[in-house]
Design a protein around this ligand. Structure first.
Ligand SMILES: Cc1cc2nc3c(=O)[nH]c(=O)nc-3n(C[C@H](O)[C@H](O)[C@H](O)COP(=O)(O)O)c2cc1C
Length: 210
């Protein structure tokens, strides 16, 4: 990675803010949307279980139906796309597929396959809370990558946790394996995001120990 790469990354990270006012009627080409989603899906995840799914809504009528489920946050209908980032609460069920593919591709050997399967199945069997915790944790990482990738492609986003999750599950027929972690709007800003501040590092960093 060279200095220019770093500077570009810094520029994108600093430019990303939560945009709530969008140009209406803008269609994002599917190829660009897919590029953004691919980058989101390159996020790291616990045991590489890739706990995220992206429910993409671009149909205007469907966005209108999501509006009350986002407590009437106008960006839901104005943005080009609404992406409901889902977390897989039963990601352990994917372990054999994911590591089976890695085995087939020669990325790992049988011994590593067995170890990973045992670890994941053991962890999920011994802790009833792990499924939800891992779903939220890992889907959030993909969400962050999605927002940065979108910004780098010239789009803006707004993450939303102020949503009626039960209502969204019903409206979108989401199977109980998936939990709506957050909703993201994606589109072209019509008005820049309002300025926000950040706490200074002196409030945020604890060196060595409390
Ligand atoms: C998990 C999460 C939930 C959020 N929920 C909402 C929301 O429901 N509506 C909204 O307008 N902004 C929401 N935001 C955006 C925050 O208000 C925003 O990120 C914060 O004020 C910092 O501003 P910035 O993103 O523009 O830098 C949410 C952000 C996060 C990370």
């Amino acid at each position: 990675m060279n200095t220019a790469t770093f500077e570009t990354l810094v520029e994108v990270m600093k430019a990303r803010h939560s945009v709530r006012k969008y140009e209406t009627g803008v269609e994002i080409p599917r190829s660009e949307l897919d590029e953004i989603l691919e980058l989101a899906a390159s996020a790291p995840s616990s045991w590489n279980l890739q706990h995220w799914r992206f429910l993409v809504v671009t149909n205007q009528e469907k966005k209108e139906r999501l509006l009350p489920l986002a407590y009437n946050q106008q960006q839901v209908v104005d943005a080009s796309a609404v992406i409901i980032v889902l977390g897989d609460v039963k990601a352990n069920l994917a372990v054999r597929d994911i590591y089976g593919k890695a085995l087939e591709e020669g990325l790992i050997n049988q011994q590593v396959f067995d170890i990973m399967v045992n670890q994941v199945e053991g962890a999920y069997a011994s802790n009833s809370e792990i499924g939800m915790k891992e779903a939220i944790l890992n889907a959030s990482l993909a969400s962050m990558q999605l927002m940065l990738a979108a910004k780098a492609k010239g789009y803006d986003t707004c993450p939303m946790g102020g949503i009626d999750r039960d209502g969204i599950v019903k409206e979108c027929n989401i199977p109980d394996r998936y939990y709506p972690v957050m909703m993201l709007t994606l589109g072209k800003a019509s008005t820049p995001a309002h300025a926000t501040g950040r706490l200074p590092l002196s409030d945020l960093v604890i060196n060595e120990s409390f």
